[in-house]
Design a protein. Structure first.
Length: 254
């Protein structure tokens, strides 16, 4: 992209040495489109080369994406649907994990529900129109009598690895916050173990997709949170608390 052009003034891409890409766009649709291009490039690199050198069978067979929530992610979903629904083999290769989840707090949207409503359901509709419902059902191992709801359920079951906070959510409804915290930590440990079994101890995803809020918030981490003082995670910490050990009181270490 040439400097001084109209497009250049509307978009800037910063790539850190660590491999992090920070895109600055004039509009959310532009942000989604540019992020979609990066995802396509990473997927192509994995498909043609990287997966043959990956640790473990899961990472050799699946392109693993960790997702946050929010409007920036929704813009990326729209770009994936419009520009990349055919160029990426979503059903066969892509598997989704989550950076955050909610127990129903005001102002927090479920990242899993956002993925389902804004991407997987529209993707199922597109694939059904292109391939036909019988061919799509066969790809997913479903009987020929499968309907659209069966297709979506099978896609979610195959592609999505959720954080299950149903028990913690129920405890909060019963006004048992201490029990809710305990159940949430148990689910955190289960989720970390599940990720490590699939991706290895480092839990390295092929792509992490998260927006940045107007106040600098990334996922559930807001600027100036005391827990951000910790930059050296302990192997004993849960995946959602790698830089938040103050919230674990004395449960962290290292």
């Amino acid at each position: 992209m040439k400097l001084g052009s109209k497009k250049a003034r509307n978009f800037a891409l910063i790539q850190e040495e660590s491999g992090i890409h920070v895109g600055i766009s004039a509009t959310l649709p532009q942000a989604g489109q540019h992020a979609g291009v990066l995802l396509q490039q990473q997927y192509d690199q994995w498909l043609s080369k990287d997966r043959f050198q990956a640790w473990g069978a899961f990472k050799r067979e699946h392109f693993c994406i960790a997702l946050g929530g929010g409007n920036t992610i929704k813009a990326q979903y729209r770009a994936w649907l419009e520009q990349h629904h055919n160029s990426i083999d979503w059903l066969r290769h892509v598997r989704f994990f989550f950076l955050e989840e909610t127990t129903g707090e005001t102002g927090w949207e479920s990242a899993e529900q956002s993925l389902l409503i804004n991407f997987l359901m529209p993707l199922a509709h597109k694939l059904r129109r292109q391939r036909g419902i019988r061919a799509l059902a066969n790809t997913l191992g479903l009987p020929v009598t499968a309907d659209q709801d069966d297709i979506i359920d099978a896609m979610v079951s195959a592609m999505v690895h959720p954080i299950n906070l149903a028990a913690a959510r129920q405890a909060l409804k019963n006004r048992q916050p201490r029990k809710a915290r305990q159940l949430a930590n148990q689910e955190c440990q289960r989720y970390q173990q599940s990720i490590q079994e699939k991706l290895g101890a480092t839990m390295a995803f092929h792509c992490i997709v998260s927006g940045i809020g107007k106040d600098g918030t990334i996922g559930a981490l807001a600027p100036y949170m005391p827990c951000l003082l910790y930059t050296s995670p302990s192997p004993r910490d849960c995946v959602s608390n790698l830089v938040c050990r103050l919230l674990l009181e004395n449960g962290g270490g290292g």
